[in-house]
Design a protein around this ligand. Structure first.
Ligand code: C2E
Ligand code: MG
Ligand code: MG
Ligand code: MG
Length: 289
């Protein structure tokens, strides 16, 4: 029985509270076994460069295929993995798997990997990421880590130091879900930042909400002036894409461009794409006389 401290309200644990707690323990238990049982896999969502309409990379997104529950979405199990510390070993697998996949791509495309704030409490994560990249043979410039603002909320310098180390090693840093956290403009100055990902909540309201449109426009402008690239998340309509293009957003990601696909399909998407003019053997011919 518990008295809730929040809002001064008073309530008792009921049957559903117990059921929830049991449910959470079961999830925790299964999550502890998921890695060695090979229940995780990555899917890859294409990212489109608006300047030349090319797929420039993919974001790796984690999936858990539970033996009885089916596919458990990351929003359901990542918080659990974070609170138990399991995110460290799961995250390590994600990084290694993403590097292996991207290293095999036929075109030098970028792989973007989400890293949790919990993983950023250990300074060793920087060396771990760089070792995984080196082992895969991937060029560090093709690896981008996505962090959210929560990474930067901790008052110590650890997270900042990790980002500086990674950035010095050539790895790109993206600020994910921009606009949803305690966004502070001072982060943009403080961080070694290569990209801002504009959260899909702003993109989805573009048509109906003048304020969202103003925010998206301003964020693109501000980032561009700071030399930071922009990716809009959750692009679902041609209208949204048109707005982003008109306001010189760098890249777009969302169901309109493509849903997350498995590694084989990501490879097929890249193979179907014509070679970039000036890339590879053709480049000599493009050189000015
Ligand atoms: P995120 O990093 O912001 O990833 C984008 C999420 O939006 C993905 O959900 C993606 O499937 C979804 N999405 C993409 N385009 C659209 C669209 O047009 N409309 C809508 N409604 N949704 C779209 P997903 O895969 O469920 O991942 C949710 C979140 O889980 C991610 O948000 C990320 O924060 C976290 N996550 C995923 N994989 C990992 C991982 O390997 N490690 C960590 N630490 N977090 C991860
Ligand atoms: Mg992300
Ligand atoms: Mg995001
Ligand atoms: Mg998100």
């Amino acid at each position: 029985h518990a008295k809730s401290a929040r809002g001064g309200s008073f309530r008792f644990f009921d049957v559903s509270d117990h059921a929830l707690a049991r449910e959470r323990r079961a999830l925790q238990h299964d999550l502890g076994n998921a890695l060695h049982r090979g229940e995780f896999r990555l899917v890859y969502q294409p990212i489109l460069a608006l300047s030349d309409n090319r797929i420039v990379g993919f974001e790796a997104l984690l999936r858990w295929q539970h033996p009885t529950r089916g596919s458990v979405p990351p929003t359901a199990f990542i918080p659990v993995a974070e609170s138990t510390g399991l995110i460290r070993s799961i995250g390590e697998w994600v990084i290694e798997e993403a590097c292996r996949t991207a290293a095999a791509w036929p075109q030098p495309s970028r792989i973007s990997v989400n890293v949790s704030a919990v993983q950023f409490r250990e300074p060793a994560i920087a060396a771990q990421i760089m070792a995984a990249i080196a082992a895969s043979g991937l060029a560090p410039e093709r690896f981008e880590i996505e962090v959210t603002e929560t990474v930067l909320l901790s008052d110590d310098e650890t997270a900042l130091e990790i980002l500086r180390t990674l950035s010095a090693g050539g790895i790109r840093v993206a600020l994910d879900d921009f606009g949803t956290g305690y966004s502070s403009l001072s982060y943009l100055r403080k961080l070694p930042l290569h990209r801002i990902k504009i959260d899909r909540s702003f993109v989805q309201d573009l048509k109906t909400d003048l304020q969202s449109a103003a925010i998206v426009k301003s964020v693109i402008g501000l980032a561009t002036d700071l030399g930071i690239d922009t990716t809009a998340e959750g692009v679902e309509t041609a209208e949204q894409l048109g707005f982003l293009r008109a306001h010189a957003c760098g890249e777009a990601q969302g169901y309109l461009i493509g849903r997350p696909v498995d590694a084989a399909e990501a490879m097929a998407i890249l193979r179907r794409q014509p070679k970039r003019p000036g890339a590879g053997a053709a480049s000599a011919a493009d050189k000015p006389l």
